[in-house]
Write a protein that binds this ligand. Sequence first.
Ligand code: SAM
Length: 286
Amino acid sequence: MTPTETRAAIEQLGLRPSRALGQNFLVDQNIARLIVGAAGLRDSDTVLEIGPGLGALTGLLLDRAGRVVAVEKDARLHEFLLGRFGKRRKLELVHADALDVDVAQWAPFKVVANLPYSISTPLLTRLVESPARPSLMVLTVQREVGDRLAAAPRTKDYGALTLYTRLYYDVRRAHRVSPSCFLPAPEVGSAVMTLRLAPHPLLEPELEAPFKQLVRTGFGQRRKMLRSILPKSELGDWVKPDALDAAMARLGLPMTARAEELSLAQWLQLTRILVVPSPPAARPSS
Ligand code: SAM
């Protein structure tokens, strides 16, 4: 939608765009086309759109995907979308909080969304953690979240969100988006990120939980050395000081290493070394 059409729709609805709901509507059609184009949609695809708003992306998604599920929390916007697109058979409009819906019901699916900034991190975490992980996500997020997703080790943005996401997804920044592309303009810039599901898991399923515990604990006190945090934490039962020292030496890490110094590959290796498989159950003697 153009800025004029968007203003008219906002006025027609008597809407005062809510900051809490991250209601910044996209008015730059080139960016809308770029976002939808990045999803490489086909007729066989189901797309989940979170926060369709006034439908800036929804119309383009309907032109390309076989099925579009659009989950909007604001009742007035949901009603507006029913009026604007209600007759399109491949569209399912859902009036709900995206944090409350079970996305697995639409699997397999892709996600394309200009995420409401207030929930971008919890929502992203839920999608990444879902057993029905989307095969591809094209997400517009505030620049700071984009920086965290794309961060390299030894930078301030590198952290648990970076590593949890990269455990499953290849992450790229496709485009930077200026605040002037939205109405009203947000205070910060945005980034379009593509997250493509890795073809093969990087870690054995039984090691995912320990990996996340290690990462979360390590970054919980990111300025401290791992050897002064991990063995003293609740992980102390299985992260013994000697075993951690030996693991760090095997990985060529200095004993002073802090969480942000380890690459994803090193976190994966550290998990594998520290989690000793339990011995097979004793066989009954014949
Ligand atoms: N997709 C539209 C666009 O590109 O112009 C709107 C994007 S706007 C950044 C975010 C949208 O998410 C708003 O329509 C807002 O009402 C909706 N929203 C906010 N919180 C939500 C939630 N928890 N669940 C579903 N939708 C939500």
